[in-house]
Design a protein around this ligand. Structure first.
Ligand code: ATP
Ligand code: MG
Length: 282
């Protein structure tokens, strides 16, 4: 199945998150049976990211958005583990600092976008400014409602400058979120991950789902599509994201750059001489 098609939010279509099954796992029985494909996808990500870095012409921006405990960190861990840290970065967006809040909402975002040859993963993104900001009424409706168009224009500018954009919403159920909170409470190594805000935000689940549906509908474009990833199963979430990343990178038809030197000449003139010298050394 082509996950690029299956999970993509078609531009202009309406999104009902409660109609999308967060437990979906395609033909796979369990993690073990999907393992081979997961390993294969990671190898592909590794090779393609290397090629993107070498080519140094285009870039990839991956935006991750989700409710708390839906697996942003785990996804980053998985996708990033396959990459060479040279040429790949993660950037997290928290509550804006004083300086950030004194600028327009895209200021801090633009500064973090990938340079040519780079892959950047956003852990939360400019979409917070139409999600948490909307749900908590941090700015008036007249302000946040204008932001969808601003975001689309901003992303088009990036795309026209050679950045490819993939946006993932990790879709979990309300029950699954509670299970994961419980695991955090039960595991001392995860205590640092849980706060009271997680529980207070959870009560706003319907408001968040509405805000997400609007964002997905208004900002899934041909140039910067959204994907809704069934994320109750961590291994399936990782597999789905990896497949979409590799499928996209493959479609770019990237090439290693032509060597800037004459390889045959270097081989003849320098390498052969060095080998001869090494062979005759005492
Ligand atoms: P985890 O899922 O592991 O808890 P996190 O991404 O939630 O990680 P936190 O430090 O818990 O990280 O929370 C960051 C907070 O910053 C989130 O509640 C998010 O909504 C908030 N935030 C991000 N961007 C903005 C913004 N533009 N305006 C207001 N709040 C924002
Ligand atoms: Mg949090």
């Amino acid at each position: 199945m082509d996950y690029l098609k299956l999970f993509r939010v078609e531009p202009g279509s309406s999104v009902r998150l409660n109609k999308i099954d967060p437990d979906f796992k395609d033909k796979h029985e369990d993690k073990e049976s999907a393992e081979l494909e997961i390993v294969k996808q990671n190898q592909k990500i590794h090779d393609l990211q290397y090629l993107m870095y070498a080519e140094n012409r285009r870039s990839l921006l991956i935006c991750l958005q989700a409710m708390d405990a839906a697996g942003k960190d785990g996804t980053i861990n998985h996708v990033f583990a396959a990459m060479n840290a040279q040429g790949a970065r993660v950037r997290s967006f928290k509550t804006p600092s004083h300086e950030e809040a004194a600028h327009d909402f895209l200021w801090r975002i633009h500064n973090a976008t990938p340079a040519k040859g780079e892959v950047v993963i956003f852990n939360r993104s400019h979409y917070e400014d139409v999600l948490v900001v909307r749900v908590h009424k941090l700015v008036p409706k007249e302000v946040w409602s204008e932001r969808y168009d601003l975001i689309n224009d901003f992303e088009r500018n990036l795309v026209e400058n050679g950045t490819h954009i993939l946006k993932f919403f990790l879709h979990i159920s309300l029950d699954e979120q509670l299970r994961r909170f419980k695991q955090r409470l039960d595991d001392p190594a995860r205590h640092w991950k849980i706060t009271d805000a997680d529980y207070t935000e959870r009560r706003l689940w319907p408001e968040y789902q509405n805000a997400y549906e609007d964002a997905l509908e208004k900002t899934s474009t041909k140039h910067a599509p959204w994907f809704v990833i069934p994320a109750n199963r961590k291994w399936f979430r990782n597999l789905a994201v990896s497949r979409i990343v590799t499928g996209t990178l493959e479609s770019l038809d990237m090439k290693f750059p032509e060597p800037v030197v004459n390889i045959d000449e270097i081989r003849r003139q320098y390498h052969a001489a060095e080998e001869a010298a090494a062979a005759s050394a005492p």
